[in-house]
Design a protein around this ligand. Sequence first.
Ligand code: EPU
Length: 420
Amino acid sequence: MDSLLIKGGLPLHGEVAISGAKNAVLPILAATLLTSEPCVIRRVPNLSDVRFMGQILTWLGAEVRFDNGSVRVQARKLKGTGEYDLIRKMRGSICIMGPLLARLHKATVSLPGGCVIGARPINLHLKGFEALGARVVIEGGYVHASAKRLVGSPMFLGGRAGSTVLGTANVMMAATLAEGVTIIESAACEPEVVDLAAFLNSMGAKIAGAGSPTITVTGVKMLHGAEHEVIPDRIEAATYAIAAAMTNGEVKLRGARADHMHAVLDKLTDAGATIQRNGTGLTVSRKGRLKPVDITTLPYSGFPTDVQAQMMALMAVTPGISIITERIFESRFMHVSELTRLGADIEIEGPSAIVKGGKPLSGAPVMASDLRASAALVLAGLAARGTTQVNRVYHIDRGYEQIDNKLRQLGARIERIEDS
Ligand code: EPU
């Protein structure tokens, strides 16, 4: 397993290109299964999760061709069963279920289990399919959904922590080919849902209200091929923004969309960073002292759970006490013990982490446990004295395109140690 070796203490300076959004491209790739015609998706990040989704589509019978930042998919014929071992490996693959159900009227996928950030149930996805008239049975580790016909219906998809991103995506995709009108209440408002709706509409779907808590889908008979450019990754952009603030640097995030990042930019400003918006992205810098901020993760447009760990790394080097409360996933604090290994002073109290920041961090070997936790460790390593070795970086390669090269371009001393 590869690891990253970081010699910290240098401010980051320069420009970094923000890649296409992982969490937008995964459901968009699944949506290509809704038509037998070819679809071309552009600004596709070269990530292990994305290549993996390509394998799943191929396994289902689609022709998939990756070509220098774009993917062409044509799903002339499909089978309705997702292979157990393939689906199990990546939770995002659950979003093939809606398209398979819409196109074949049946879908069988392995039931995703829990993961390190929490239980991650799919009851709301299934509730939505049932509201469209599907019969859902869980048997032998698989979820089977089938329907003679899918019929549009009003439904409420709110759950314990609010809306569900992939649940909204999944049900929205299934509803595109249902008869009549589907109204999803408590729909997720994330930009990735809006991007998926834009792609589906360019395929001939009739979706209104994406980006608001009420999405209306008027079913159509069939969808056609389309081309689409994926939105920039707001989580990747936020991670580099925090890196700039943490290291006292100045980084231009080329292609970043400030309008997708209000909550993060607002907190970074409160923490002492300067944000300049310009036509082609935004620039984040920090000259003065850092200030502690309290954060609570919430569904969009609240502070994203996917930036919680990185923000905790920033607060660890910020003098004063900040309280970070995680409201989306129940156990998304795996980074705390590893940040502590670098010298951070953090205590967990229920859903909150109390960060007593400002203690100097010093490099150590640490273990990446999930994607965003690994990003937090890389950030901490950039700010720490000495050398930090982040092990198990396959987690970070799932969601950050060429993070080592991008950071090196910004002046960081970071190198990948490949497992021989
Ligand atoms: N939930 C349910 N029932 C469901 C679905 C979700 O109770 O049927 C709960 C979850 O347990 C959680 C909350 O609802 O408490 C929100 O989960 P959501 O369904 O929105 O998460 P997701 O769609 O499975 C996506 C991203 C995650 C991101 C979350 C929240 C993808 C591929 N994944 O997951 O991204 O954290 O939305 O914004 O889009 C990451 O990129 O590191 C990552 C984990």
